[in-house]
Design a protein around this ligand. Structure first.
Ligand code: 4NP
Length: 152
């Protein structure tokens, strides 16, 4: 099973989602990566505020490297989680067929928060990152349980 977390910049939310989900699953069986729609920060480490909040919960995301979503990600990954509706729309716009589009989900739908979004914390203070961490952490609990129950 291969899971891709997507946000806009791939430096705040999706690196957290990658690190958090990795901390909850058997990473020898489940591959988790992240990517962004925009290319502003390609090659850079996550935002220091994301690195710090993850560190507070014992998760090290400092060695992740920002990359842009590419169409062939639809071929490689089984599930693509978007952090907000704009990210969702951006990725759906790149889908080549129904199969591609069906792989894309809003991450908070995993916890029954239908159509809710993980807010973009880029222009927030540190507490915005704590809030985002908690939302993603809850969603990843549910995703991890669902993945554990899936047959290989
Ligand atoms: P992210 O946050 O999508 O959660 O990584 C952002 C990071 C950078 C920018 C926007 C959002 N930016 O405009 O540079």
């Amino acid at each position: 099973m291969k899971v891709l977390m997507v946000c806009l910049g791939n430096i705040c939310r999706s690196p957290l989602a990658e690190g958090i989900l990795k901390s909850k699953v058997d990473t020898t069986k489940i591959l988790v990566e992240s990517a962004g729609k925009a290319g502003y920060h390609i090659g850079k480490a996550p935002d220091p505020r994301s690195i710090n909040v993850a560190k507070e919960y014992g998760i090290d995301i400092s060695s992740q490297i920002c990359r842009k979503f590419i169409v062939s990600d639809f071929d490689f990954f089984d599930i693509i989680y978007a952090m907000d509706k704009s990210n969702y729309g951006n990725i759906i716009d790149l889908a080549r067929n129904k199969g591609d589009a069906q792989k894309v989900k809003l991450i908070l739908n995993e916890i029954g928060s239908s159509d809710k979004e993980v807010p973009d914390p880029y222009y927030d203070a540190e507490d915005g990152f704590e809030h985002v961490f908690q939302m993603i952490d809850q969603a990843c609990d549910s995703i991890a349980k669902r993945l554990e129950n899936k047959k290989p």
